[in-house]
Design a protein around this ligand. Structure first.
Ligand SMILES: NC(=O)c1ccc[n+]([C@@H]2O[C@H](COP(=O)([O-])OP(=O)(O)OC[C@H]3O[C@@H](n4cnc5c(N)ncnc54)[C@H](O)[C@@H]3O)[C@@H](O)[C@H]2O)c1
Ligand SMILES: O=P(O)(O)OC[C@@H](O)[C@@H](O)[C@H](O)[C@H](O)CO
Length: 459
């Protein structure tokens, strides 16, 4: 079967990809970007007719995405799987693909190019190389290697080197990762890197780092998805991504220069993203992680299977009701209990096949964002965060039971628990990992007791 390409298009896109010039650099060309920001960008171009917002996507680690997209002229499709219906759409907004390890200078040059007005990022929590507590981890060997003067390979190194070389319009750098206050968080890292590298100049103060909340469930693509895309398109698409129908983007309205008209495509521009972001991270992402750990422990392969288990659904509902909602200020117009229910309905979509092991990975960097803030807020009011502690306990048991843990701190976690035999030992060993748990939680006896009780029940 032929490959998807400009000369082999099943349907002509509303915007001719050949007419688009690059105005956006995206760092972290994984599945999520292709099913989210690139879709908003494509729709905005269709609605406005603007041709300056093509995307240069940067693959940060392997050349796999470049090898999928290059023979397809950057085209790929989004396979949207609803509970009862499936649709497919070809996206043409990615106009260039760079592979950072192969061509680090080209990445910096694209960021420095004055035609680039916006850099977006989806590089996972670990891609930021932050120390626990927030600042840059200067002990990270990759950060140290960048600071020693090689062409930068880390994301903060790329951003700082690109910013330092800019001469014209100020740049907007927009994190789209699931992090608390992702904009200011990234700004601090870039500024600390620039200070350490002696690069700090006026472009750093002029750059804007808006916060954003992103939402669409996008599981890793499988061979079965590629086969289904081929059947629907009539051509092979090796770069297809799969997503649920739901799509949301709330962006702080704080740009240093021009931006795509993402609002015409449905993005919400607002002065304050924090209430949206907290509701999403503490409800959706927290219950996602809880279902991933509890579900994997019960042998469920997908999140949909886990949430269809009445006991696990009840545990997720209880987390939302008793621990999360009391800590939140609802964003205007959002009914928190209904939002919580809608999240669980989305998880139950059987067509998505989001693996519990995929959501469970990188727990050491996800727990602080998704659960520990809720736990701290509950303990501060002398409430018992029993449900949130259950999710953390499930992670502990999952780490102990897994032969290999997919986590940036896997070695540290495994060596911490090497000689543990009882639930109390396990809790104490993992609670002592200071890069995961802040001191006030390590020293909180009520939290420790809750964890020991849950780990005992789960073991
Ligand atoms: N998939 C989703 O449902 C979803 C939804 C909302 C937000 N997100 C955000 O997007 C991120 C990426 O998700 P995805 O589905 O695209 O995953 P993916 O595995 O398809 O892609 C991950 C991307 O991150 C890059 N990356 C990974 N580790 C890195 C590191 N140490 N340094 C630099 N770059 C690194 C990879 O090169 C790749 O481009 C998530 O971690 C999350 O923050 C994802
Ligand atoms: O993509 P990760 O691995 O950071 O997290 C897994 C999921 O919880 C997450 O991606 C959700 O699907 C997403 O946040 C929904 O918007």
């Amino acid at each position: 079967m032929n490959r998807l390409s400009l000369s082999n298009l099943p349907t002509k896109p509303a915007v001719d990809p050949g007419e688009l010039s690059v105005g956006i650099v995206h760092l972290g060309l994984g599945a999520f970007h292709r099913a989210h920001q690139a879709v908003f960008t494509e729709r905005a171009a269709q609605l406005t007719g603007e041709t300056r917002w093509g995307i240069a996507g940067v693959s940060q680690r392997s050349a796999a995405v470049r090898d999928q997209l290059a023979p397809q002229d950057g085209l790929y499709s989004v396979l949207t799987r609803g509970t009862d219906s499936t649709s497919i759409e070809v996206i043409g907004s990615i106009r260039e693909v760079l592979t950072a390890p192969e061509d680090p200078d080209a990445v910096v040059a694209r960021i420095a190019d004055n035609r680039t007005a916006v850099v977006t990022l989806t590089v996972t929590e670990k891609g930021y190389r932050a120390a626990s507590g927030g600042g840059l981890d200067l002990s990270d060997p990759e950060i140290q290697a960048d600071l020693a003067g090689r062409p930068p390979r880390t994301v903060v190194g790329q951003l700082a080197a690109g910013l330092a070389r800019r001469t014209g319009e100020s740049l907007t750098i927009l994190s789209c990762d699931n992090l608390v206050a992702n904009g200011p968080f990234l700004q601090r890292l870039v500024h600390e890197y620039a200070d350490a590298a002696g690069l700090r100049g006026e472009q750093f103060d002029a750059a804007a780092f808006p916060a954003s909340m992103v939402d669409r469930i996008v599981p890793a693509t499988t061979d079965a998805d590629r086969d289904e895309a081929a059947r629907l398109l009539g051509v092979r698409d090796e770069a297809v991504v799969v997503a649920e129908p739901f799509l949301q983007w709330v962006i702080e309205d704080h740009f240093a220069g021009a931006r795509p008209a993402w609002d015409t495509a449905g993005a919400v521009l607002t002065a304050d993203v924090a209430p949206w972001e907290q509701a999403k991270l503490r409800m959706l992402n927290a219950t996602h992680s809880m279902l991933a750990y509890l579900g994997a422990l019960r042998g469920y392969e997908t999140i949909a299977e886990a949430v269809r288990d009445d006991e696990l659904a009840a545990a997720a509902r209880e987390l939302i009701r008793s621990d999360v909602i009391p800590t939140l200020t609802p964003p205007d117009g959002l009914d928190l209990p209904s939002y919580g229910e809608s999240v669980l309905e989305r998880f139950a979509n059987p067509a998505l096949k989001h693996k519990t092991t995929q959501v469970a990975m990188d727990g050491s960097v996800k727990l602080p964002v998704r659960l520990l803030g809720t736990i701290q807020d509950r303990l501060a009011t002398n409430a018992e965060p029993a449900s949130a502690a259950l999710a953390v306990a499930a992670w502990m048991v999952y780490v102990a039971r897994s032969t290999t843990v997919d986590d940036p701190q896997a070695d540290r976690l495994k060596s911490a628990i090497a000689n543990t035999t009882t639930p109390t030992d396990l809790v104490d060993a993992l609670l002592a990992v200071e890069s995961v748990f802040p001191r006030n939680l390590q020293e909180n006896e009520a939290f420790r007791t809750l964890l020991i009780g849950h780990v005992t029940e789960l073991s």
